[in-house]
Design a binder for this molecule. Structure first.
Ligand SMILES: [Zn+2]
Length: 162
């Protein structure tokens, strides 16, 4: 699924990218605040993205224009993921092999130790076996401490969804 997320949903956007979804986050674009709603609707319509918004007025505007929109009510990102999956009728799976770069939405590719030897700290290089690189911004990822957080989030999500 492809999404476009409003300015309040940056964290949700990053999590959906980790789950492998293509997410445009309005906060990543240089759009003046008073033009953001129009840009969100335009991107959703032209690029066939589901609009994610916590603004009920904007959600209704999208619906009236025949644009797919999911109204997000919760402040908790795991509950937000649950809301999105319910509204779109699709479970969200967080698997590293499907992830997109949470920072820029680029595709991640598996990288060898050799590829990343100059990019990560020596201790990390020694301790880790798997690395991923973003094809767009070049950021390198590995199963570091934040990996535990990701797994905890995924397990909370799975508990709620059942
Ligand atoms: Zn990136």
């Amino acid at each position: 699924m492809k999404f476009v997320a409003d300015g309040m949903l940056g964290k949700l956007a990053r999590w959906l990218r980790l789950a492998g979804h293509d997410v445009t986050y309005i906060g990543d674009l240089r759009v003046p605040a008073n033009e953001q709603d129009d840009v969100l609707l335009e991107r959703a319509k032209l690029q066939r993205r589901v609009l994610l918004t916590c603004d009920l007025g904007l959600h209704r505007r999208a619906k009236r224009a025949g644009i797919r929109s999911a109204y997000v009510e919760s402040n908790d990102v795991v509950r937000q993921l649950v809301e999105v999956s319910k509204r779109c009728g699709q479970k969200i799976e967080i698997r590293p092999e499907n992830s997109r770069c949470p920072m820029c939405n680029g595709s991640l590719k598996l990288a060898s130790k050799d590829d990343v030897k100059n990019l990560v700290p020596a201790t990390v290089l020694k301790a880790q076996r798997e690395f991923w690189r973003c094809g767009k911004c070049g950021k390198t990822y590995w199963h570091g401490t934040h990996w535990k957080t990701i797994l905890e989030m995924a397990s909370r999500y799975n508990q709620i969804v059942g």
